[in-house]
Design a protein around this ligand. Structure first.
Ligand SMILES: [Zn+2]
Length: 251
């Protein structure tokens, strides 16, 4: 039986069982396997890996692990990589767009609220999520490690927090998005773009009180939902401010 030693750095330890965190893991194997497969067998999705060093040389995912190899695995972090030439992380996307799994509905709404193109449906299965992420170049956000281990998925991220407000801060931070937040541009229901619409065109669809108190309206280009600055708007505004403020708290 061959043995390789693995050392996972920093937040990659989040994926390991407690007794394997922050220690050198001796991994026995009898079959030929790539470093990518072995890292995933130990529980770490490839989408979280920035670079891998084997016996002090950087390698790519197709490297075949040998007996007595000493392996260091480094995570993708929000800070720029100082050695981009050895990184296995995919090229950054020119446009940041997302697709989320079924468990992240609140995060999907928050991302739309902040202006990010975000696909979310409660009936996508894992195969569809991976396929859409790949074909439409969308970052797949999930709390399912297995989903990120699918080979089709190149741009993905495992959301650590289970608290929706922390999740949005975590994602903004991970992808460095605070500067491109653009609230109230998208429909929270369907992800469609909002455009201004004159009151006369929507007045029949408005509740009585809204008719007299508001003069500015937006309508979703896709599902025709109407938006105005009611009491709900104040709450959303407050939420956005809290999220943007938390940047400094977390850093
Ligand atoms: Zn809509």
């Amino acid at each position: 039986m061959a043995v390789a030693s693995f050392c996972f750095h920093a937040e990659l330890n989040d994926f390991l069982p407690r007794y394997k965190r922050q220690v050198i893991i001796s991994h026995s194997f009898s079959e030929r396997a790539s470093i990518k497969d072995m890292i995933e067998a130990l529980g770490v999705p490839h989408t979280e890996v920035d670079s891998m060093e084997v016996n002090n040389n950087f390698v790519n995912f197709s490297y075949i692990v040998q007996d007595k190899d000493t392996i260091n695995v480094y995570p993708i972090s929000a800070t720029p990589d100082i050695t981009p030439s050895v990184s296995v992380r995919p090229l950054p996307l020119s446009v940041i767009r997302f697709i989320l799994d079924i468990h992240l509905g609140k995060l999907a709404t928050s991302l739309r609220l902040l202006g990010f193109d975000t696909l979310y449906r409660n009936d996508y299965d894992d195969e569809e999520l991976a396929e859409i992420s790949s074909s439409q170049s969308r970052i797949l956000l999930t709390r399912d490690k297995g989903l990120l281990m699918r080979s089709l998925v190149t741009h993905g991220y495992y959301v650590r927090s289970t608290n929706p407000q922390q999740q949005i801060v975590e994602v903004l931070q991970r992808f460095d998005l605070f500067k491109i937040v653009s609230p109230f541009q998208r429909c929270l229901r369907c992800n469609g773009l909002l455009t201004p619409v004159a009151k006369e065109f929507v007045i029949d669809q408005l509740p009585e009180t809204v008719r007299w108190q508001n003069n500015e309206f937006h309508r979703c280009e896709d599902c025709a939902q109407i938006y105005w600055q009611g009491t709900h708007y104040q709450r959303l505004q407050q939420f956005i401010e809290q999220v943007l403020d938390s940047k400094t708290v977390i850093e």
